[in-house]
Design a binder for this molecule. Structure first.
Ligand SMILES: *Cc1c(COP(=O)(O)O)cnc(C)c1O
Length: 400
């Protein structure tokens, strides 16, 4: 592949997606391709589409396109809205930024509420827009649940309450690309109209599948929405899906993987999966605090359980630090994106991850800080270990 010599042990892929694919899923994908028009396939696919609903906590269809998550962004917008429609979006970071750029390109009138990339969605700011819109010109509100660039997670239920409180009919769309399968998420209960997701983060799969979970209201809107849609048409998909089929060749191999991923999430239990992510995130934040470094997320109520974004002390390069970690310890850390390029690095703690993976990753970070000459205090790994011990009810031993 490259000229770099073999590096013993596995690569630590600690970026917030794509995440490491567990071998159970790899094995599940090594199966002969089926005839996608056969009865056997239809049976497999119908079961899969049914089990997928549980992950989104919905009774409604989840529509799957062979695309990265970005495809699902496009499907959400083009299936429900018309040219010139007003949409409110909130600036949480890189991913909200890219979604609103797409919305503008598609000809929507975007009201992008600016923020500083250090908090999640301010539901009050959205509530003010909604309340002022007596004529109901706003057709949709779209937010990113977990902003992967900054490690800020947003209160989707509060955005729902803001819409309900003013009886506003706007559709609610939520990007859960880096939160589904990591953080509690309830499509039906929170009254979300379109939930957008991708395969390569909390779902532990390779990249290549995108999902939109839809409400009845979103499906109703799709009947009169005028934005052009070709490949990403819900209607084209839902017809054949009802019998387990697809309008074109589905990503069969990834679907084998998805079946296994859902099985694994259900074996562990979704609530346990969320608790594990919360624990790993607490351990990571304990290390960051012990190092004396600053979390990019400036308000604890928005802390993400999937990724932690860490600010480099002034005058130090996050990219140089990441390079040193990669070269010495064979670990990939997430880069700072655009506005925070070279200013932050990110530790992904999502997907197929446990305490020992995180202790290893934090050890690599702590050694890297030393090698890069970044001012910090020792004891980050120790702090994470203490946090993990606490969560299984072990009190630290008293020094003799
Ligand atoms: C990764 C990510 C995306 C982009 O998904 P792709 O699969 O790269 O197209 C969008 N939103 C969020 C929150 C993400 O984490």
């Amino acid at each position: 592949m490259s000229n770099t010599p073999y590096h013993a042990g596995r690569h630590f892929l600690q970026i917030p997606g794509p995440t490491p694919v567990p071998s159970r899923i790899e094995q599940a994908m090594i199966r002969p391709i089926m005839d996608h028009r056969s009865a056997e396939f239809a049976e497999f696919s119908s079961r899969l589409l049914q089990s997928l609903k549980g992950v989104f906590k919905t009774e409604n269809p989840v529509i799957m396109f062979p695309a990265s998550g970005t495809g699902a962004w496009e499907a959400a917008l083009t299936n429900t809205l018309s040219p010139g429609d007003k949409i409110v979006m909130f600036e949480t970071g890189q991913f909200s930024m890219l979604w609103q750029v797409m919305a503008k390109r598609l000809g929507l009138d975007v009201d992008y509420i600016e923020s500083d990339w250090r908090i999640g969605v301010d539901a009050q700011a959205i509530a003010r827009r909604i309340e002022a819109d007596k004529a109901h010109e706003i057709k949709a509100v779209a937010v990113v649940h977990n902003e992967t660039a900054t490690g800020c997670c947003s209160p989707v239920d509060e955005v729902r309450k803001a819409l309900d409180a003013s009886g506003h009919p706007a559709l609610l769309m939520v990007d859960t690309i880096s939160s589904l399968g990591c953080v509690d998420y309830r499509h039906d209960e929170w009254g979300v109209d379109v939930t957008v997701c991708g395969s390569q983060k909390g779902l532990m799969l390779p990249p290549g599948l995108s999902f939109t979970a839809v409400s009845d209201k979103a499906l109703e809107a799709s009947k009169s929405a005028k934005l052009p849609r070709g490949f990403f048409s819900w209607e084209d998909m839902l017809g054949p899906n009802a019998n387990g089929f697809y309008p074109y060749t589905p990503a069969i191999t990834l679907m084998y993987g998805l079946e296994e991923a859902i099985k694994m999430l259900n074996e562990e239990g979704l609530e346990n999966v969320f608790a594990r992510h919360a624990k790993l995130a607490r351990g990571t934040r304990a290390a960051v605090a012990a190092w004396g470094l600053e979390n990019q997320c400036s308000d604890a109520r928005y802390y993400s359980n999937a990724v932690t974004s860490i600010r480099m002390p002034e005058g130090h390069s996050a990219d140089r630090f990441r390079k040193i970690v990669l070269e010495n310890f064979n670990m990939s850390l997430g880069a700072g994106l655009t506005k925070v390029a070279d200013k932050v690095f990110r530790i992904g703690h999502l997907g197929d991850t446990n305490e020992l993976t995180i202790i290893g990753a934090l050890g690599g970070v702590e050694m890297g800080l030393e090698l890069a000459g970044v001012p910090h205090n020792k004891g980050g790994v120790q702090a994470a270990m203490a946090e993990f011990a606490k969560s299984i009810g072990v009190e630290p031993a008293k020094a003799a």
